[in-house]
Design a binder for this molecule. Structure first.
Ligand SMILES: *Cc1c(COP(=O)(O)O)cnc(C)c1O
Length: 435
């Protein structure tokens, strides 16, 4: 066993001053047991803990680090921006440049509002949808996570799942009552909901590729169905692309699947590792936001110059403007790496005789220890959590860091290479034989 004395000491101190020793619940390793490691530094596709162990990182700060950690260009741009001032609260060119790139790349976005997190973006999108339509109800899908927004923290994915209280304490029944939760990838329940609440549903919000309960993808035709029924019923279609935006394609899942939502939320990759969120969409809807419209939204640090510098540097390095989406070599490379990892892990599970369902979309993947296909939260929940726990710790011991929960997605970056994928697959082949 690797000695983790440094991490253990830090975790003891952390628990004295931080709730549960962390600032975001899943980091506490509760779903897998044991002590979280504390990071000394991160570079490329690796993180080093305070005890000097290196890990190949498939969490990548939960998705943002698509170029790997501490990418030289991102670091340089952030340093240069910091020297010019860390926050203005006054309009500046950097925020306009980032907004322009987002509008040019994401097919359905004509105007954007930057904020500081994915949670804020989703909160704003829902408020905007309600303000624009004059309706109160929202449809969401079980297992989709849209940040810790009151009305959306109902049957949510991510940490809320493994913590056994998907309906968080502290949310008035009156808020949750306007949220209709339906199973992902099904059509009948959506039709019934519209029939049961005529003229009352403001929007459907969903992750077009669900990455917060492991990973499951939309069935062919399902997104088209949602687009069609929302348009017909006068409701908005909101794609939460906080995770998938600039990740599964330069223009996100909406580009990959060819669907135009009315509103889109972004975060993670567009901040290049700094705190950013964004909501964007049709200009007619976006103009409902203050100062042009009646829906209020604001932020002291919104459009922060360090965050916009990191985001812009990341998007430029990804070549999202320089290349047409279908010719982008960076995304092609990420796809190839994803396919290699998928194939290797499948092979490793097969030869170890372990039932593994692996879902992948580009450089995102989800692993389930189950013998059935996973299309929704119920399928995901059939994954053997005990086996995941043993697999997670075996991989960590072998120097591979996967998300410390059976219901989180994994990510690849441009800093991962064939060598890392091969050593990960080798480690998995060995660990799977004894879990
Ligand atoms: C991460 C995530 C959020 C929340 O973003 P934060 O920046 O953590 O607030 C919302 N929606 C999706 C799909 C996410 O993956």
């Amino acid at each position: 066993m690797k000695a983790r004395t440094g991490s253990e000491q830090w975790f003891a101190i952390a628990q004295r001053y931080l709730v549960g020793g962390v600032n975001s619940p899943v980091r506490a390793f509760r779903a897998v047991g044991g002590t979280p490691f504390f990071v000394e530094r991160a570079e490329g596709c690796r993180v080093w803990d305070v005890d000097g162990h290196a890990y190949i990182d498939y969490v990548l700060t939960w998705g943002p680090a698509i170029l790997g950690h501490a990418h030289p260009r991102v670091v340089r741009e952030v340093q240069a921006a910091a020297a010019r001032g860390t926050s203005f609260g006054i309009p500046h060119p950097g925020e306009v440049r980032l907004a322009e790139v987002v509008c040019r790349c994401v097919p359905s976005i004509e105007k954007v509002r930057l904020c500081n997190s994915g949670t804020e973006a989703c909160m704003t999108a829902v408020r905007l949808a309600r303000g624009f339509t004059g309706r109160d109800k929202i449809i969401k899908f079980a297992g989709c996570y849209h940040g810790h927004v009151d009305s959306l923290l109902v049957k949510a994915g991510s940490g809320a799942l493994t913590f056994g209280h998907p309906d968080s304490a502290g949310i008035p029944q009156d808020f949750a009552r306007h949220t209709i939760v339906l199973p992902y990838n099904e059509t009948e329940p959506v039709k019934s909901a519209f029939a049961a609440h005529p003229g009352q549903i403001a929007a459907i919000i969903l992750e077009p590729v669900a990455g917060n309960a492991g990973l499951f993808v939309p069935k062919p035709g399902w997104l088209e169905f949602l687009r069609e029924i929302t348009a017909r019923e006068g409701a908005l279609l909101i794609f939460d692309e906080v995770m998938t935006g600039f990740r599964v394609a330069p223009g996100g899942a909406q580009q990959r699947y060819g669907i135009r939502p009315d509103l889109t939320t972004l975060g993670k990759v567009i901040g290049g590792g700094l705190p950013v969120g964004a909501v964007g969409g049709r200009a007619e809807i976006m103009d409902y936001l203050a100062p042009t419209g009646p829906v209020y939204q604001a932020g002291t640090l919104s459009g922060n110059p360090l965050a916009t510098a990191a985001g812009l540097a990341t998007l430029e390095e990804l070549g999202v403007v320089a290349h047409r989406p279908e010719d982008n070599p960076v995304y092609r490379r990420l796809e190839e790496l994803g396919a290699a990892l998928e194939q290797g892990l499948r092979e490793a599970a097969r030869s170890a005789g372990v039932a593994l369902t692996l879902n992948r979309c580009g450089s995102m993947f989800g692993l389930y220890f189950t013998d059935r296909p996973v299309w929704n939260l119920d399928d995901a929940m059939t994954s053997d959590r005990e086996r995941f726990r043993r697999f997670f710790h075996g991989m960590l011991e072998a120097g591979v860091y996967l998300a410390p929960s059976p219901f989180e997605a994994g990510f690849l970056s441009t800093a991962h290479g064939e060598a890392e994928v091969e050593s990960t697959v080798r480690a998995a082949a060995e660990v799977l034989r004894r879990v």
